[in-house]
Design a protein around this ligand. Sequence first.
Ligand code: PNS
Length: 164
Amino acid sequence: MKRAVYPGSFDPVTFGHLDIIKRAAEIFDELTVSVLNNKEKTPLFSVDERVNILREATKNIPNVQVDSFSGLLINYAAENELHIAVRGLRAITDFEYELQIAQTNKKLSEGRLDTVFLTTSLEYAYLSSSSVKEIASFGGDISQCVPDFVAKLIYEKYNLKHLT
Ligand code: PNS
């Protein structure tokens, strides 16, 4: 059985992430989407909120499960017997950063954790969670970026109740 983990911040999940999730779920028998609990960042959504949002957004994909982790990805992967990490590449600018993380993980795990990259579909290549938050914070339209229920939750966070 081929299993993989798709780690990330997902603050919040975007159509770009969902595109990677759907495609990875077709490649692997089981995909665990795992939210990093990063204490150094101040997220818009708590880890529990992000996990719940991801569960709702992926509820129609039977071989996807959602979890969270703290600390090093290689330790989480080892504990869960996961040997492949999936990451999306939007543009060449992502590549250098992602390559470094992938190589670090490969080295630190003594070869046990490999990374598979999927190139984000062109229609979502411009998307990032940060830009979605910035647009939403000014009351901009994020309907092309995230599912409707996520857009409502984001506007609520910015107290833009009239947009929810
Ligand atoms: O969605 P993001 O923020 O780009 O995801 C980055 C993530 C979560 C994949 C990466 O930061 C990560 O795996 N962090 C866990 C800590 C870790 O294992 N670091 C070692 C690699 S340098």
